[in-house]
Design a protein around this ligand. Structure first.
Ligand code: FE
Length: 131
């Protein structure tokens, strides 16, 4: 039986354009807002057309020593060049880059996932220390 976790692909984001890139401070003080930016295509740009684009990005935070992650944000990208004239005829394309913030008293890991409409789901993570 196939398991969904087996479908999440990962790679070096500098070489593989689908990997969500997480930008966040590695260390922060307790009580401080943890600001994160997640994007797809930072090093090698991903196509952004009606036929081929990033549909969504999600971010989770897993505090150290805990079993279950907390979903922090979910963004859906819904403008991909469509208009009444057909595919790729509007001038509006949402760009797959999002920002969110959270507070955590514990250190942990940011986990991000993204979905390309034809290349599936991708993941990345980044360790954060809260002092
Ligand atoms: Fe793709």
């Amino acid at each position: 039986m196939a398991e969904i976790k087996e479908l999440f692909q990962s790679a070096d984001w500098k070489k593989e354009k689908h990997v969500p890139v997480i930008e966040a401070p590695e260390k922060l003080r307790k009580g401080e807002l943890l600001k994160i930016t997640v994007s797809v295509g930072k090093e090698i740009s991903h196509p952004n057309t009606t036929e081929h684009h990033i549909r969504w990005i999600e971010a989770y935070f897993l505090p150290d020593g805990e079993k279950f992650p907390y979903q922090v944000a979910r963004f859906e990208f819904t403008a991909h060049g469509e208009s009444t004239q057909g595919p790729n005829t509007s001038t509006v394309f949402t760009n797959p880059e999002v920002s969110a913030s959270l507070k955590s008293d514990k250190s942990g890991t940011i986990l991000a996932s993204s979905y390309c409409n034809i290349h599936g789901v991708w993941q990345n993570s980044k360790k954060i220390t809260v002092e």
